[in-house]
Design a protein around this ligand. Sequence first.
Ligand code: HEM
Length: 517
Amino acid sequence: MFELIFSLPQPYLWALILGSLIIYFPTRKAYADYRIRKLGGVRSVLLASNPITGLAFFGDAAYKQMNDRLLDFYDGLFSKHGTPECPNCVEIASFGIVRFIMTREPEHVKTVLTTKFGEYGKGHQFHESWSPFLGDSIFTTDGQLWSESRALIRPMFIRDRVRDLDIFDKWTTALMNKLPPSGQMVDMMDLFYRMTLDVTTDFLLGYSVGSLDNPTHEFVDAFQEVQRIQMLLTILSPFRAFVPKYRYKRGIRILERFIEPYIARTLALTPEELEKLSKSDKDFTFLHNIARSTRDAKVIRDQLMAVLIAGRDTTAATLSWTIYELANYPAIFRKLRNEILATVGTSRAPTYEDLKSMTYLTHTLNETLRLYPAVPYNLRAALQDTSLPGRPGQPNIAVLKGDVVVYSALSMQRRRDLCPEVSDKFADPAVFDPDRWDYWTPKAWNYVPFNGGPRICVGQNFAMTEMAFTLVRLLQKYHRLEYRGDWNAQYHRAEIVGAPGHGVPVAFYEAEYGDVA
Ligand code: HEM
């Protein structure tokens, strides 16, 4: 049969290939339509259903991502194509096979994260794309494998462990030592990224990469590069085979070379020695804790990588956005500093209880995470035929096994129609205003910076404590903050984590009379 086909003259062969494709894609689409109808649901708004329109879509998405305009692109999908029946959900099916359903509807987020938790997950494609980096870790797996990872990791984030603030104290002090004299410019984003890498590696391995002291460490560059390429691989998912991977693989090897000796050293300890260590607060690390449950170096490597990626950039980016916003609002800066000084004075290190008692500090971080959720885009694959709820009075959106639901906390948390009317108690939602939290609690699922449901961020309390501690130490010492770049030119650079594209160039002014705010 194949011999016969390949013996055809070239023009006939091409005509046959083209003809087959012309038949194949509409047939695939018709078959998907049939399955959707059989499920009793509908499509959302279909934007592309063949490789040509699909390629144009992915090309546009990748172009906007590379030009730091992914949010415009994402919002534009709904403002240009949304319909009254389906205003916040669109889809593409580039090869007629896998659909990518993009949404910013809280009910959809709730469905994939909790109501139908078992029917959605990271899925096979995500695992394939991410496993060279994160292996079979908590981030890349579903079902039993995921729940075993979660059980392995959770004990290190219980309240009693997070209450111990020594690690934050140590690295915040190191950060403060890197700040230039009063009034001189510094890129706080750079320092925050270095500090959180030092905190996270110290927490995981009991040994820090030391990036505050050595910013050109090859680990730092490799970590950045691997994440950048990983984001591209995720966005270009069906076409990821075409993305060059040399630098990606080289970066992963560098990261592995750094952590492997620590794993080997830990595995050299006997179970008794590990048990003894677990009684100590100071020397017991995340790595020791995992090694109590598994002696498999690959399992340990995967979980370390996962928590490293989860814990580092997220907190650094959130701290960076907070300082960026505070630099533009001296009144908010002063109010926050007054609360801090009233609680801990100008020099005492805060306790865990101090941090939790400062309402305005929590509101400030909540507000930052509303405008700049650290994970701006996320996805879940359908593990079986399932659905997303339709608008009231509308049929459900059918989701077929393998389809991918992309959701954006960034786009959703900025939706005006999900906020109260603007008033003296509720500022324009586009504006940074921690005071709104005095009168307002977002509805469940309208605000999900840490996700929700069984897979809610396991490090949420760790992150909030680390960020609060850092802000307290900075504002105790400095009474004024000045932006030294073009504040309005700032933009949101979305890689896996969304960070300020221009960094955060600021100058801090040291308080001369301590408590004067
Ligand atoms: C501002 C800081 C942070 C934010 C906004 C944040 C947000 C998130 C989000 C949105 C997810 C869900 C990701 C997904 O769907 O796969 C997540 C998961 C996770 N986060 Fe965080 N995170 C932060 C800090 C941290 C820190 C400091 C750690 C640990 C040191 C951490 C550890 C994890 C882990 C292990 C998961 C996977 C949970 C699971 O799949 O069961 N996160 N985080």
